[in-house]
Design a protein around this ligand. Structure first.
Ligand code: CP3
Length: 342
């Protein structure tokens, strides 16, 4: 598919478009009644992820409803720890659980089950065959640091305490965890690209919790290795980096990882952030998910502010983080209209 026909891919590839491409992080999910209905029917979140027919349908739901320029694969960043050999469960209302957690067990005790990635590739193939030709298909994985915080603690953790402590106390063992995640992530994203995604995003939701030297070692270095490996295997396929919370470390992240585009969370002023970034580096973001939840004048002015601050440079409109599940559909429709008329 020629890049020019896909506005989002065109911006990611350094081209020009007439529109500002738009998609939303977590656009497939619980704020959509059609998602909730399918989840109810299948019994749970992981049941959806491993049922490639259901996962393909969920990936397409927000495209049908809103006509976003990007479709993001429906899956989860914790599929990689599962394929590295941890058991994975999502308890209702409690979030994810991974076992054995690596504060108690050695990485070497895990037995890899790479077949767990196959249903995800099947989902990619199904979606690629069904997407509108103008829609860019985005694959994704978690960045090694963020994935490691879950593997070490066995669940979400306050301030990522277990992983941060482990990284200081035993950097050799922690480095082996990071390297194992990075190696599998390279193969996993490469597999998604081979199966049909146009670009990939690395979610580093917890990169903001690290001191500068730790950020260099556990965020920038493994991300740079993933980006270099993907560029070698798949020249021209864009990699979007999303180092949430990186703040003043964004420019170093962009320069040293060589990502092809960078996601800005809602805490940064986009005009300030881009002053330190290369003029031709596409930025993605950064509407506050709470402005979208609030709607009304708060939404109008927040959208206008972002559009005016990023006018004239490569920009992909998105939230600064995932959509909140209570967000009314009408607010998303209004957002689409505002960006479309910009
Ligand atoms: O963006 C998309 O629409 C694509 C799908 C996607 C999901 N998770 C689906 C999901 C993506 C890109 C993710 C990434 C992800 N998963 C991250 C990084 C991005 C971020 O939001 O910070 C993280 C940290 C995870 C781990 C994870 N998955 C947690 C902590 C939870 C529980 C959160 C909660 O609110 O219950 C999940 C579950 C999850 N992943 C859901 C969805 C749609 C909700 C599942 C449900 O209850 O139906």
């Amino acid at each position: 598919m020629p890049v020019q026909n896909k506005p989002l891919l065109s911006v990611l590839s350094g081209g020009k478009t007439d529109i500002i491409p738009l998609w939303l992080m977590r656009q497939a999910g619980r704020y959509l009644p059609e998602y909730r209905a399918l989840r109810e029917a299948k019994g749970g979140f992981l049941e959806l992820v491993f049922d490639s027919e259901a996962a393909a349908e969920i990936t397409l739901q927000p495209i049908r409803r809103f006509g976003f320029d990007g479709a993001i694969l429906f899956s989860d960043i914790l599929i990689v720890p599962h394929a590295l050999g941890q058991d994975l469960a999502f308890e209702a209302g409690e979030g994810p659980r991974l076992s054995p957690r690596l504060v108690d067990a050695a990485l070497a005790s895990l037995e890899r089950v790479e077949a767990r990635l196959q249903p995800i590739y099947d989902t990619v193939e199904k979606v690629a065959a069904r997407l509108p030709t103008q829609t860019t298909f985005l694959g994704f994985a978690g960045s090694p640091w963020t994935v490691a915080t879950y593997m070490v603690a066995g669940q979400g953790s306050r301030e990522q305490a277990e992983a941060r402590l482990h990284a200081y106390r035993d950097p050799t063992a922690f480095g082996e965890i990071i390297d194992a995640i990075a190696d599998m992530t390279i193969d996993y994203l490469s597999g998604q690209i081979t199966a049909g995604v146009d670009a990939v995003q690395l979610f580093d939701s917890w990169s903001g919790s690290l001191a500068p030297a730790q950020f260099e070692r556990w965020v920038i270095a493994p991300t740079a290795r993933i980006v270099a490996a993907l560029k070698a295997r798949h020249p021209g396929v864009p990699v979007i980096g999303f180092p949430k919370g990186a703040g003043g470390k964004l420019a170093a992240y962009a320069r040293e990882t060589q990502v092809g585009a960078i996601g800005l969370d809602e805490t940064v002023d986009p005009a300030v952030a881009v002053a330190d970034l290369p003029d031709d580096l596409p930025v993605q973001g950064n509407l506050d998910p709470f402005a979208l939840l609030a709607g009304g004048e708060a939404l109008e002015s927040a959208v206008e502010r972002i559009l005016s601050r990023l006018r004239g440079r490569p920009h992909i409109f998105n939230l600064g983080h995932g959509i909140i599940k209570e967000t009314p559909i009408a607010h998303v429709e209004r957002l689409v209209a505002l960006v479309r008329q910009a």
